[in-house]
Design a binder for this molecule. Structure first.
Ligand code: ATR
Length: 284
């Protein structure tokens, strides 16, 4: 039987998750003895599977699609950023036996944008595509960087307007439909829709980016997403997917669990190099 401290990621689907690999690399790098497994857990089994995991000595969980809202409900205590996001991607067993819920997605995104790619957020106009859970999780961490404005655009415009209203107190956040974007320009466009997962792209007008503007898809894939390709085709100085965000949010979770902050750079470099061949073989 393993003597290592146990962690896991729950989600559905989960078979392509890179999280076990990322945490194994962090553990090796920092000399921490942990066992981190991926497990397919559909929403209806979440409560039971999570209760069992902690009852059997598990110390921490990551939760991904479609479990983040359920994990938010499950956590006895929540960090402020998890409360704001109304979603939890990291559960941690506390010394008193209760389970703390945190959300490391937004700070993972900001770390990747600023720290890894040198994209300054202060004073720029940011466009977020999508108004679901992924969008909600990143708004407050972006607001903390003091952009000039944040516009949320969604297929269902009402949802974008309602989401913007929840964050209005903290800054200049507005919501609209894709059709309202005509003639507007942004320094950074973030794709937080789930369209990439089905190989689709929201309908975007051309000239949406300022010169030297950047595109970032919160989804990651072994081949360029339709939105990353849109960025290339529409003059983005950088058009990135969410691989770096994935590693950064994992590093923050690792820190919550182990109190040790791994160096993300060699891990991102390794994962990026592994798929570079894939990229070059399919791009023209
Ligand atoms: P998540 O938690 O990943 O954000 P979600 O809460 O189901 O998932 O939200 C999915 C988001 O992607 C929504 O903003 C959705 O738009 P609607 O609110 O109009 O449904 C958006 N979305 C999904 N497929 C899309 C597509 N093909 N084109 C544009 N937007 C899409």
């Amino acid at each position: 039987m393993s003597q290592k401290d146990r962690y896991a990621v729950f989600g559905d689907p989960i078979q392509h998750s890179k999280s076990p690999r990322i945490h194994a690399l962090f553990a090796e790098q920092t000399g921490q003895a942990i066992d981190y497994q991926a497990r397919r857990v559909p929403a209806e089994s979440f409560q039971t599977a999570t209760g069992q995991f902690f009852a059997e000595g598990g110390l921490g969980l990551n939760c991904t699609v479609p479990l983040k809202e359920l994990a938010w409900q499950y956590a006895a205590q929540k960090t402020e950023r998890a409360e704001r996001a109304k979603a939890v991607n990291t559960l941690a067993l506390q010394a008193d036996g209760t389970v703390l819920g945190d959300n490391t997605d937004g700070c993972g995104l900001v770390s990747d944008l600023i720290g890894n790619h040198g994209i300054a957020l202060t004073g720029i106009n940011i466009l977020i595509l999508g108004a679901g859970g992924a969008a909600r999780g990143i708004i407050a961490p972006l607001q903390n960087q003091a952009p000039a404005t944040i516009v949320i655009a969604n297929r269902t415009a009402d949802k974008a307007v309602a989401l913007a209203e929840q964050f209005q107190l903290d800054g200049k956040v507005t919501g609209c439909g894709f059709g309202d974007l005509q003639g507007r320009q942004f320094g950074l466009i973030l794709n937080a829709t789930s369209a990439s997962l089905s190989g689709q792209l929201p309908p975007l007008p051309p000239s949406l980016l300022v010169e030297q503007g950047c595109c970032y898809d919160l989804a990651y894939s072994n081949s360029p997403t339709p939105f990353v390709r849109w960025g290339w085709a529409n003059g983005a100085s950088k058009s990135l997917d969410g691989l770096g965000m994935l590693v950064e949010q994992a590093a923050e979770a690792f820190f919550i669990w182990r109190g040790v902050r791994p160096d993300t750079h060699p891990v991102i470099a390794m994962l990026a190099a592994e798929r570079a061949e894939n990229y070059s073989s399919i791009s023209d």
